[in-house]
Design a protein around this ligand. Structure first.
Ligand SMILES: Cc1ncc(COP(=O)(O)O)c(C=O)c1O
Length: 386
């Protein structure tokens, strides 16, 4: 193993493209000067495309959780009722944030590894007419599930005026997101996943309906007060010192996404998911989720006859290949492969080849090359543009 070679295939942080890395090494500039305003002005409309919104996408220094907390503190008040759909560890994070602010949480729990059903949520909501906001997770990173957030607003509209607030941290930028068309009121994401950047920025967009709620809320906190960010962004500036180096990187990351074409970015992620799933099926190793619920950005594998943690250790020591373990009650029971951001079908093939060796070296009996061949075959069938 080369001493400085790492294969980072966890569901974020993800690898950073060399041109983005170089952009981030640029000399610092003043955050109140024209250059920063020009940078923000250039970034603004390009984020609209990624989010599928005409609303300004605010860029805030902080990790993804900062985005979740901002969504909570701006829209709901202590004792307000909310519904949180919990499909895994990140749904549970919304519960924890809401409870930290004294908000009355109704939890809707879904078995980990499955997606929620918007029609079931709609029926459930009939019991909670006072719910002010519904919190959902687009890609539930802890299970590799992609929830049908595109159908949520339409489904619940008949029974509830609650705001629809979505955590898109581990997929926006890698999967189609049409916030306005889907009726999503707040969408949040982070920089260290499909955006191919280090952690440190979160992006958050807000619908007109949600702005009305936010403006009428007098206790929006201080750092996360989104009205400050909106007012400043209108003048191409930020209320507080932005993480400028990551903004330099963002400018370049967007350039890469635009050159590839967003549609191609999304179909690449879909292809990488399918290649990964096909490989494990060929190896006869179970996956946690079914095809319909599976995320394009992260795949959870559920070993039954080998030790997931030993396997992770073997591939890390042998090749410097990192995949993530399970969280909470899935710890030791699954491992998760990230295939998002700066990751190509060629990377997936290489990862699968290393995984097959790791499987054999951790005691799993497989026919070498079977998973890789299945993924190669799929690439030949569907990989034309990638
Ligand atoms: C879906 C989801 N939400 C929220 C977060 C939290 O983001 P951060 O660790 O950047 O605060 C993550 C991080 O993995 C995530 O995957």
């Amino acid at each position: 193993m080369l001493q400085d070679q790492q294969y980072l295939r966890i569901p974020g942080p993800t690898p950073i493209p060399p041109s983005v890395q170089r952009a981030m090494a640029k000399p610092m500039i003043g955050h109140r000067g024209n250059e920063t305003s020009e940078l923000l002005r250039s970034i603004k409309p390009r984020l609209n495309n990624v989010f599928g919104t005409n609303q300004d996408v605010m860029v805030v220094t902080g990790s993804g959780t900062a985005g979740l907390e901002a969504a909570v503190v701006n829209t709901v008040k202590p004792n307000d009722e909310v519904l949180v759909i919990v499909t895994g560890a990140f749904g549970a994070r919304f519960v924890n944030i809401c409870e930290a602010y004294g908000i009355h949480v109704h939890k809707f729990e879904v078995e980990w590894g499955k997606a929620f059903d918007p029609l079931v949520i709609k029926e459930h909501l009939r019991n909670f007419p006072n719910v002010k906001a519904i919190f959902a997770t687009y890609c539930e990173t802890s299970t590799g599930v992609m929830n049908p957030v595109h159908e949520l607003a339409a489904a619940v509209k008949e029974v509830s005026d609650a705001l629809i607030i979505v955590d898109g941290v581990s997929c926006v930028g890698g999967v189609e997101t049409r916030m306005d068309d889907w009726g999503i009121d707040i969408m949040v994401t982070g920089s260290q996943k499909a955006f191919m950047l280090p952690a440190g920025l979160m992006f958050i967009a807000v619908s007109e309906r949600a702005w009305d709620v936010i403006h009428s809320n007098r206790n929006r906190g201080f750092y996360f007060d989104l009205v400050k960010y909106r007012n400043n962004l209108e003048k191409d500036t930020t209320p507080f010192t932005p993480a400028l180096s990551i903004l330099f990187g963002l400018d370049q990351a967007l350039e890469l996404m635009e050159k590839e074409g967003l549609e191609n970015v999304y179909s690449r992620h879909k292809l990488m998911k399918e290649m990964t799933r096909k490989a494990f099926r060929a190896l006869d190793i179970p996956l946690l989720t079914n095809d319909e619920d599976a995320s394009d950005t992260v795949t959870a594998v559920k070993p039954v006859d080998f030790d997931a943690e030993l396997f992770r250790k073997v591939i890390k020591n042998k090749f410097g290949l990192s995949v993530a373990g399970g969280q909470e009650h899935l710890k030791g029971k699954i491992f998760r492969i990230g295939h998002m951001g700066y990751c190509s079908p060629a990377d997936v093939l290489q990862t699968l080849a290393m995984i097959e060796i790791g499987l054999i070296q951790s005691g799993k009996n497989i026919e070498l090359g079977k998973g890789v061949a299945a993924a190669q075959q799929l690439y030949l069938e569907k990989g034309e543009n990638h």
